[in-house]
Design a protein around this ligand. Structure first.
Ligand code: ATP
Length: 245
């Protein structure tokens, strides 16, 4: 669904990504992992078109997207969910959600997708008339994912959906991401919560200093001694059970 070849990108003359090769298979969940400042958000911004491609190529669903504008990539079904603080606090939950459909022209489809979002996140239906500024951190995260779904994506890119959330809420959000993937939406998720991300995903990439230092099936990465030492500790079986409950 998404293929990056030798992607270089950054800010002005500052190059952050230095030759990224990455593939996201249709229907899969892929995790992009790494420490602070390694280039994860930069990569998402480059794929969604917020940053220009300096070198290399990017194709999405068979289309060369390297020179397309962000809204053109969105229309193709490539949608980035920004970090949770970017919900509009003075707008209601429903207004925020409808905003996610701004690149679409089908009212019937939009209303049907609103119901789908409410089915994924029933708490948003309960709070649809509430100002989003009054929501909890977990509810705001659900809202921004829901807003991404309103663009009718083929692929959703999520930037640290677990950030600043309590473990129980993280589990709920990740279980919802799992359901969204099972409904047919391909997922690329950036995470610092490496354990949860590797339990959720089928495949993982680990980025350091703007290059991919390791990649592989999530099941293999989670038991890899180097990954364990750098990122993990403790047992994963229990979390896995809860995630698939
Ligand atoms: N607007 C910007 N201008 C210049 N440099 C930037 C800008 N945004 C990010 N950077 C730099 O790019 C590098 C990679 O940042 P990026 O946000 O991609 O990291 P990250 O892996 O997402 O980390 P984190 O998890 O901490 O957000 C960092 O060194 C950062 O300082």
């Amino acid at each position: 669904m998404l293929e990056l070849k030798n992607v270089h990108a950054g800010y002005g003359k500052l190059k952050i990504l230095r030759g990224i090769d990455m593939t996201v298979e249709r229907g899969s969940i892929v995790a992009l992992l790494g420490g602070n400042g390694t280039g994860k958000s930069t990569l998402l911004k480059t794929v969604s078109g917020l940053l220009p491609l300096m070198e290399g190529s990017m194709t999405f669903d068979g289309v060369d997207i390297g020179a397309l504008k962000p809204h053109e990539r969105m229309r193709l079904g490539l949608v980035q969910v920004t970090q949770s603080k970017e919900a509009y606090p003075a707008m209601t939950v429903e207004e925020n959600l409808v905003l996610g459909a701004y690149t679409r022209n089908d009212r019937v489809g939009t209303l049907a997708d609103l119901e789908k979002v409410y089915d994924f996140f029933p708490v948003l239906r309960e709070r649809r008339k509430q100002l989003s500024g009054t929501l909890s951190g977990g509810e705001v995260q659900m809202l921004v994912i829901g807003r991404g779904l309103m663009a009718n994506p083929k692929m959703l890119m999520l930037d640290e959906p677990s950030a600043a959330l309590a473990p129980k809420v993280v589990l709920e959000i990740f279980a919802n991401i799992n359901k969204i993937a099972k409904s047919g939406v391909t997922i690329l998720v950036v995470e610092q919560n490496v354990r949860m991300a590797l339990i959720l995903a089928q495949y993982g990439y680990i980025i350091r200093d703007g290059i991919i230092m390791m990649e592989g099936e999530a099941k293999k990465l989670i038991s890899d001694p180097a990954v364990k030492e750098s990122f993990l500790g403790g047992s994963v079986a229990n979390t896995s059970k809860k995630l698939n409950a």
